[in-house]
Structure formats: structure tokens, C-alpha cells
Ligand binder design. Structure first.
Ligand code: NOJ
Length: 710
């Protein structure tokens, strides 16, 4: 049969048949190549140390941005037209919160509580990055953090496992579209599998001590939800899971992921994840690293080359060819499903015609204003009235900082294309004189520009102080023991507050920061995160009241680093935590500074008449907009299970929804409960267990107790 007639080339055949046909034609060396991912040239992630491999067109995957689709296609042509079997390469890249159009960092997006925003943003990122040669993004990150010292909190969807799963599934839909074989879509990669966020003391790459219970209850559920949404790939994590590193963990990679969840795609290691088994004290022998990772279910190796030991392992009988074949089969399956054999080349279009389009920029702005969280609004300081404010002082380093808006993982996002607050504010306040003064930068000890800032405040009706962490303080390998704002920013705020004008504080960060000292110094506080192209306009939409803030925290903000780990769904203590002998701190209020779910609005809502019908397990509550503005309320439904053989958290989120209400409008909301989905708990083996008895449902301060029998 001539080569071009080989069955694997026939798109009309089922994928499994094509995979089997191709696999049987491959040499061992070609199989090994399919299991390797290399970087060509420099990688844009500064934490990916080392770069540059010699290019083998038989390689399975490349992790690089090649500068243009033309370059990428040229490499791809070598693979498709000049290798024996013509297997296309899958091109991966970290597209985390946008390609050229920057969206809010994922943690901020989670505060919108709107999965449609996440999905739409990922769809734009897919279209833009595909146009420049990307097939596969290393996103979404579904790690569930309880420690804001860990810099990667910015990249996930907050501390609740249910929410992380819902947003993760939305991201998968956005990236992969309805048909991932079509141009304009990219394969998603769920990372980091699993438990990476359980890092000790907020260190990155750290050992994680995770009980079976916590693994199944907290860390696995978001991945399961996104696997069910059709994610094509996963990335194994850097961490050692209680003695068995994630990259070599047969239980998580095979028994859970394949045997229970029936995942059919492939798993790639993290950067050097296979050879880091040496640092983790597992083995220093590269062949053993290869055997351990591959036979655990880690199919592809990112960057390092331990998998080059496969032939020796096979020869010596230490690895079965079936294990290698299965891994190759998974990689090929995704390449077929991704449509790479039918569309190996991406159309060479001018990126300017695809990226940074008006609809994408508008979406970024909508995402930005929905993600920002109003933390304080004393005496309705906000919204501001552009008709009556004669002058505004705009102070602080965030006001002119494009990098802070670009976000913690900008990849190829060009900060120069991002408007700043200083540029945007005048168009929202055309009648106000605006006096800008930076006051200080993020980190230095200099106070030499304080005087100009104070002078600007003195001659203004109101002051907007825009301060924050500054770019690059969160993300991979960005752990801090002190999560207060750096440098002289607090001191600057003190001086400005002393001037006596109303102060609106805008804080940009990629993680929860410490507010106790900042809070008393401002009349209103808007946490603006790192929100991409739409950051400045989205913020002004809120300042002027064109948008009524609806963001609610998806992660707890502590009062002090000493409270960490702190998260809402913790377990009860042996004694009443409010009592004198309740095990509380003696030097600090036990409560968080701003709890999970916290966020103010320009209107007010009232919940009443929560009722539960035990017969059909439905709950109803009335929600009313009691203020004077239309608003979007996020309704959080929590369940408590106060008596269980396996003790349960004080409460856990079982559903959330968003409701738009006009002033005075009232709606009766219904939640259909399901025994196994909502009332059952997850046991240490991952099984759902329904234990009859007493439950408490709470929503918006309303609580109702009910009993469900056998
Ligand atoms: C290391 C990071 O942990 C991972 O999230 C990322 O996708 C890879 N490097 C590739 O850049």
C-alpha cells in the first residue's frame, strides 16, 4: 500500500482505528519521540530555566512561541512532510489569562462568579493564540490554595473546590469549543495534578502532606469536573504527595484518573518534573525516573530527557512495551482528536486582524469590572459624581503601571497596548481637573515624592490612591512571608489620609494582601486585582456607578500571616470557637479580614423566607433588592452536616447563581437538592456517602435545618 493510503491518514475512519494503525507502523525510537516535549529557543516563562534543544521533527510536542505562524508552520512542515510517518507536532504554550488581549488573572475572574465570563475569555484566548501557532494551552490551573503566601494563588479560581471545578469546566469549553478538531480552538491542560497548592508554608515546589480524605475532598474534585467537561490533557504536578511524587503517582494518575474517571487523553509532566525526582529524594537514576513516571501514567515528559531511557528499559525487561504503547496511543489519540492530521498548518494571518479586536477588548473590560471587589464604602463615598467633582488627585504607582494590569502571567501580552488609569480617568470625569502624582514606587524606601502627592491631594476635592503589589510579585516561584503591600505605600496612604479629603483606595494584587492597616485610612476600597486591557475602564465604570460592583471574594483575606492557612470551609474545633476556652488566638481576632464570598454593592439585598421541602428536596428563598440601584447578586448556597461519622466542615458551598434585580424587585429562588450530589460527603477512598440525619442549609444569612431519612 502506498504510504498516503495508510488507514491512519483516512479522516473517515474512527480515531481508535487510526491510532492502532499508526502505532503498529512506528519504531521504538519514533514512539519515544512522541512522548517528549522540547523547547526551541527561549521560553517566555522566566521560571523555566534552561532552553533550547536541537529540533527533531519526529518530536511529539514543542513548548515555545515561535514568533510567527510562518515559523511554526515551517517546523511543522518538516514533521509532516519530511519524516517517515508524518506525525504532526502539537505546539503547547502557557496561555493563562489571554494571548494578546489580556483578561483578569484567573483568581480575579473567579470573583466575578460568572462562568460565562471565564468561558468567553478563554474562547478569545484560543482564537488569538491559535492564529499565532498554538494548539494547546497549559491552562486552566485547578489547584485549591489555602495559603496566600504561595505565589500561584493568582493562577487558580480560589479556595472552593466546587467553584474551581465549575470555572475549570467553563475554561475547557472556552478553549476547546464545541469541536476541538476545528481551527481556532486549543486543547486545554488541567494542572497541576494534584495537590500542588498544599505546599508547606507557602513555598513553591514543596513537599505536600495530603491525607486520602483531603485529596478526595479538596484537591481532586475540580479536576474531575473539568475532565467530565472534556479536557484533552492534564499536567502532573511538581509536588511530592505524602511520599509519592505526583509525576510518579500511580494512584492519582492511573487508578483515579483513568480507572475511575475514564480519562482518555494524555498527561504531560511539568517542566523537568521527571528529573526532579532526584531532588525529591525518589531516585537519582534517570532510567528509574523514566520507568516510575511512565508506568505511573505520566505519558509525556516536558523539557528533560529521562524518557530517552525507554529503549534500555525495554531491552532489560524493566519496562513493558505495552506501557509505552499505551502512552503513545494517548498522545496520538489527542493529536487525531485535535484535528492535527487534517489541519497541521495554521493559516498565516496578520495577528492584528485576529487579536486585540474591539469585541475582545470590550469583553476584557466587562470581565474586569465584574471581577473587582468593593471592600468598603463608608457613607456611600462611591459612586462618584462626574458632574460635581471639580478636582481629583490620582496618586500611586498603579495609576500609570501597564505591567500591573497585564497580570502575573502575561506571556506575550504587550503591556504597551494596555491603557492606564491616568490615561482613562479624564474621559470618565471630563469636568474634573485631575492632579496626578505617583507619590512612591512599589518597593523602594524613598519618600522623596511624597510632598508632590500631598500637594496634589490638598488641592483636590477627592483622592484616588492606586497602590498594589506591582508586577511579577505573584506567579510561579513567587512566595512571600509578608503579604502586606511592599515599600512605602502604606506610609504614603497615611500621609494622604491625613490631608483630610475623602480617600478612594484602589488596590491591585495577584493574591490576598493584608488590609488591617490600610482599611482605616480609606473611605472606600476597591480591590482591582490585575485585570488586563479592560482594567482601567472597568475600574472607572465602577467609580462612576455606570457598573454596580458585583464581585465577591473567591478567596479569604486574612488579618495577619499568622492566621494562615485560613479558608472558609474548615472543620469545627472540639470547643465552641467563640468561647473563652475555644482555642482562639489571644493576640488577634480569629475572623478573617474579609471572608470568602465578601463583596459590597451600591445597592442592598435582603434574603427571607427560606423554606425546605424534605419530600422533594427543594429549597426556596426570597431575594429582594432593597436599594435604589439595579444590581447583580451572587447567591451562595451552603450546606452544613453537623453530625456525621466522618466529621464535616462547618459549611461548604453546594451551589451558586447570579440574579439581576431592579430596585425593589423581588424573586423567589429555588434550589433543587440532590442527595448524592449535595448532601453526601466524600470518604477517604473517594466514594460518596449519604448519611441520613440533620442538615442545615444557609443562604444570605438565612438558615434552615432539616432532616433527611434513609
Ligand atoms: C512550569 C509551571 O509549573 C507550569 O504551570 C507551566 O505550564 C510549565 N512550567 C510550562 O511553562
Amino acid at each position: 500500500m502506498p504510504e498516503y493510503e495508510f488507514p491512519y491518514r483516512n479522516p473517515a475512519l474512527p480515531i481508535e482505528q487510526r491510532v492502532d494503525d499508526l502505532l503498529k507502523r512506528m519504531t521504538l525510537e519514533e514512539k519515544v519521540d512522541q512522548l517528549m516535549q522540547i523547547t526551541i529557543g527561549a521560553d517566555t516563562n522566566p521560571n523555566n530555566l534552561g532552553s533550547g534543544h536541537s529540533f527533531r521533527p519526529t518530536i511529539g510536542s514543542v513548548l515555545s512561541y515561535c514568533g510567527s505562524t510562518r515559523n511554526r508552520n515551517a517546523f511543522q512542515r518538516l514533521a509532516v512532510e519530511e519524516t517517515r510517518l508524518g506525525i504532526p507536532i502539537i505546539w503547547g504554550f502557557d496561555v493563562i489569562h489571554g494571548w494578546r488581549t489580556a483578561f483578569p488573572i484567573p483568581l480575579a475572574q473567579a470573583c466575578s462568579w460568572n462562568p460565562d465570563i471565564v468561558e468567553a475569555g478563554c474562547r478569545v484566548a484560543a482564537r488569538e493564540s491559535y492564529a499565532e501557532g498554538v494548539d494547546w494551552t497549559f491552562s486552566p490551573m485547578l489547584d485549591v490554595p489555602h495559603d496566600p503566601r504561595w505565589g500561584r494563588v493568582m493562577e487558580g479560581y480560589g479556595e472552593d473546590p466546587l467553584a474551581a471545578g465549575i470555572f475549570g469546566a467553563a475554561a475547557v469549553r472556552g478553549y476547546q469549543g464545541e469541536d476541538p478538531s476545528q481551527p481556532g480552538t486549543v486543547a486545554a491542560c488541567l494542572k497541576h495534578f494534584v495537590g500542588y497548592a498544599a505546599s508547606e508554608a507557602g513555598h513553591d515546589y514543596a513537599y505536600t502532606d495530603i491525607s486520602s480524605r483531603t485529596l478526595h475532598e479538596t484537591y481532586l474534585p475540580p479536576f474531575q469536573a473539568a475532565v467530565e467537561a472534556g479536557a484533552m490533557t492534564l499536567m502532573s504536578s511538581f509536588n511530592d504527595i505524602t511520599g509519592t511524587p505526583a509525576v510518579a503517582n500511580h494512584y492519582t494518575l492511573t487508578e483515579v484518573l483513568r480507572d475511575r474517571w475514564h480519562f482518555r487523553g494524555f498527561v504531560v509532566s511539568d517542566w523537568d518534573g521527571v528529573v526532579q525526582l532526584a531532588h525529591q529524594g525518589y531516585t537519582t537514576n534517570p532510567a528509574e525516573m523514566c520507568r516510575a513516571a511512565l508506568s505511573a501514567g505520566n505519558d509525556m515528559e516536558m523539557n528533560s530527557s529521562a524518557y530517552r531511557n525507554i529503549p534500555t528499559l525495554i531491552e532489560s525487561g524493566r519496562l513493558k512495551i505495552e506501557v509505552v504503547d499505551e502512552a503513545v496511543r494517548r498522545v496520538l489519540r489527542i493529536k487525531f482528536a485535535k484535528g492535527l492530521f487534517e489541519h497541521p498548518y495554521h493559516e498565516e494571518v496578520d495577528p492584528g486582524t485576529v487579536s486585540l479586536q474591539p469585541e475582545a477588548l470590550e469583553l476584557s473590560r466587562a470581565a474586569a469590572r465584574a471581577s473587582m471587589v468593593l471592600l468598603k464604602n463608608e457613607k456611600n463615598t462611591l459612586p462618584l459624581n462626574p458632574d460635581t467633582l471639580r478636582s481629583i488627585a490620582l496618586i500611586g504607582p498603579v495609576a500609570t503601571d501597564r505591567e500591573a494590569s497585564a497580570g502575573a502571567w502575561p506571556a506575550i501580552i504587550d503591556p504597551k497596548t494596555i491603557p492606564t488609569l491616568q490615561e482613562v480617568l479624564p474621559s470618565f470625569f471630563p469636568k474634573s481637573e485631575i492632579h496626578y502624582a505617583p507619590g512612591c514606587d512599589y518597593t523602594s524606601d524613598s519618600t522623596e515624592h511624597f510632598a508632590e502627592a500631598i500637594a496634589a491631594a490638598e488641592k483636590s476635592d477627592l483622592v484616588i490612591v492606586a497602590i498594589g503589589e506591582g508586577a511579577g510579585r505573584t506567579g510561579e516561584n513567587r512566595s512571600y512571608t509578608n503579604i502586606a503591600l511592599p515599600g512605602k505605600q502604606l506610609e504614603l496612604l497615611r500621609k494622604i489620609a491625613a490631608v483630610g479629603r475623602p480617600v478612594v483606595l484602589l488596590v491591585s494584587s495577584g493574591r490576598p494582601i493584608l488590609y488591617p492597616e490600610l482599611e482605616p485610612l480609606a473611605n472606600a476600597i476597591l480591590h482591582i486585582w490585575e485585570c488586563g486591557h479592560g482594567a482601567a475602564a472597568g475600574c472607572c465604570d465602577i467609580l462612576t456607578g455606570a457598573y454596580n460592583p458585583s464581585g465577591r471574594l473567591a478567596i479569604t483575606f486574612p488579618r495577619s500571616v499568622g492566621q494562615i492557612p485560613i479558608y472558609y470551609n474548615h472543620h469545627p474545633r472540639a470547643r465552641d470557637e467563640k468561647a473563652e476556652w475555644g482555642g482562639r488566638y489571644f493576640d488577634l481576632d480569629d475572623s478573617p479580614m474579609y471572608p470568602f464570598g465578601y463583596g459590597l454593592s451600591y445597592t442592598s439585598y435582603e434574603y427571607s423566607d427560606l423554606e425546605i421541602s424534605v419530600e422533594d428536596l427543594t429549597a426556596q428563598v426570597t431575594l429582594r433588592n432593597t436599594g435604589k440601584r439595579a444590581g447583580r447578586e451572587t447567591v451562595f448556597w451552603y450546606l452544613s452536616d453537623p453530625e456525621a461519622k466522618l466529621t464535616q466542615p462547618l459549611r461548604r458551598l453546594i451551589a451558586f447563581e447570579q440574579v439581576d434585580l431592579a430596585p425593589g424587585e423581588e424573586r423567589r429562588l429555588t434550589l433543587q437538592l440532590d442527595r448524592m450530589h449535595d448532601l453526601a460527603y466524600i470518604d477517604p477512598t473517594g466514594k460518596k456517602v449519604f448519611e441520613p440525619g440533620r442538615f442545615i442549609l444557609s443562604v444570605g444569612g438565612e438558615k434552615a435545618e432539616f432532616v433527611v431519612a434513609e
